[in-house]
Design a protein. Structure first.
Length: 436
């Protein structure tokens, strides 16, 4: 599982500057996807090829007790409780403040590992800056400059050092598709899980060894194996499964990462919210296969159904490749069809694409529409091969490919997806330019 680093500190110490620096290397394709709203507080960072989650708790104002600030504070508290390590930022230019001391007391209480980080340290004497903050009692602070990048790599190195590196995909696939049921609170995830697991044979149920482990529940349906990746600490209570923890963005992110297919559950009786779109955005960014379950279809009339379908087409247009199902988890309606789409999305995500057919498809796409010239450069694509699965990655080789615009990259993607009839998974294209 990816370690989670959580940034805390009073407002203006540089948390969001550090967050942006850590999460900057984004897939350009996802970054300019029209309609996609991203949650700027959760991101994926990379140290070399080692990924980790980063959470920015925003301004930690210990005084806020109600309203939207209190809700933010609640989410910050939850992120702190679920952190693998806390990066406690202070401002080297402003020096130690009473608010820093107050936050230090609270962080000590959490029992999580804390790294004290003195930011804005560029051009300052490290020893002098560090001395100022010693009395916070977290040992030697790490001095960085989030805006210049000084010391950031060393900080992340130190923060990640205690956590084991994930073994690279030794999944033999025998457990069937790994499915994460995701969505905001109250959309009906637990109800859907019970509809799936209720009458079906739950093969085994491994309890987590530590809180870091997510529970996976293998089950069988119509003679096929699946593994459910839990997002909320499912426990069996009598005949039904019950989510014992409240909604957690970090657990959702981890479940998406560990799954092959994410089932995004939406509530038909409510408007599509920003939180829905954020969760969809997380899944999109991860490259997972996806199926959308619009739940509580039993509870809405035909007028609302029409309205909702229009709303979905507009707000989730970046998921045009995913199948949408209109279901009632409560009444068990539409679940068979939903699971057939899960199967289809898994198959699409795992597809093996033969090099000759990929290259022929590429040539045909170029004939239909050649990439635009860029000044004196004329990008020339020569051949394509598959570079990965879940999501399928098509590596295109040629010359001057760095001059191909994103719009053309998207055209190629759509073309590959149509020709190979990939439904339910995104597809990614990587350009490899020959050096000469
Ligand atoms: P946050 O409220 O903790 O998220 O803080 P921000 O990231 O918004 O930064 C607050 C201010 O500090 C902004 O004006 C930043 O440009 C500035 N800042 C952030 N990091 C550094 C740094 O390393 N050095 C200096 N000199 N300023 C910084
Ligand atoms: P979760 O927080 O996403 O796990 O949501 P729950 O499964 O706990 O469901 C939240 C509420 O929605 C409960 O009161 C459920 O009974 C109700 N609910 C779930 N699925 C449906 C459905 O298909 N139709 C209707 N009408 N209500 C549902």
């Amino acid at each position: 599982m990816k370690p989670t680093l959580v940034l805390v500190g009073r407002p203006n110490v540089g948390k969001s500057t550090l967050f942006n620096r850590l999460t900057r290397s984004r897939d350009a394709l996802v970054a300019d996807m029209p309609g996609l709203t991203r949650d700027r507080h959760y991101g994926i960072g990379r140290l070399g090829d080692r990924p980790y989650f980063v959470v920015d708790t925003g301004g930690l104002e210990p005084a806020a007790k109600d309203g939207i600030l209190a809700e933010m504070a609640r989410q910050a508290d939850q992120a702190i409780a679920e952190a693998d390590a806390l990066l406690f930022l202070v401002d080297g230019r402003a020096g130690l403040t009473p608010q820093d001391k107050q936050i230090a007391v609270e962080l000590r209480r959490t029992g999580r590992p804390v790294h004290l980080v003195v930011n804005k340290g560029e051009g300052m004497n490290r020893a002098v800056v560090a001395a100022d903050f010693h009395e916070l009692g977290f040992g030697d602070p790490i001095v960085i400059s989030a805006s210049h990048g000084d010391g950031v790599r060393g900080l992340i190195d130190a923060a990640l050092a205690p956590f084991p590196v994930d073994p690279e995909g030794e999944d033999d696939g025998s457990g069937g598709p790994k499915v994460a049921i995701i969505g905001r609170p109250n959309v009906g995830k637990s109800t859907l899980i019970n509809a799936l697991l209720g009458e079906e044979r739950v093969i085994a149920f491994d309890m987590p060894g530590t809180t870091r482990d997510a529970i996976s529940i293998p089950f069988e349906r119509n003679g096929k194996n699946y593994t459910l990746i839990d997002t909320a600490g499912l426990r069996r209570k009598g005949k039904v499964f019950e989510a014992i923890e409240k909604f957690s963005v970090i657990k959702t992110l981890q479940a998406i990462e560990q799954s092959n297919v994410a089932v995004l559950v939406l509530d038909a009786s409510q408007d599509i919210s920003e939180q829905d779109a954020h969760i969809a955005g997380f899944a999109l960014e991860s490259g997972r296969a996806m199926v959308v379950a619009v739940n509580k279809w039993d509870a809405v009339d035909s007028y609302r159904r029409e309205q909702l379908k229009n709303d979905l087409a507009r707000k989730l247009n970046f998921l045009s490749w995913a199948k949408f199902h209109y279901i009632s988890a409560l009444e068990g309606d539409g679940i068979g069809a939903l699971m057939r789409s899960v199967d289809g999305a898994y198959a699409a995500a795992m597809i093996k694409l033969a090099t000759p057919k990929l290259t022929r498809t590429l040539q045909a796409a170029i004939t239909k529409q050649a990439p635009p010239r860029h000044g004196i450069f004329r990008p020339k694509m020569r051949y394509a091969h598959q570079g990965g699965s879940n999501p399928p990655v098509v590596v295109v080789h040629g010359n001057a490919l760095e001059h191909i615009p994103d719009s053309y990259k998207r055209f190629l993607e759509r073309n590959f997806m149509e020709v190979f009839k990939l439904q339910g998974t995104p597809l990614r294209i990587q350009f490899k330019t020959a050096r000469n």
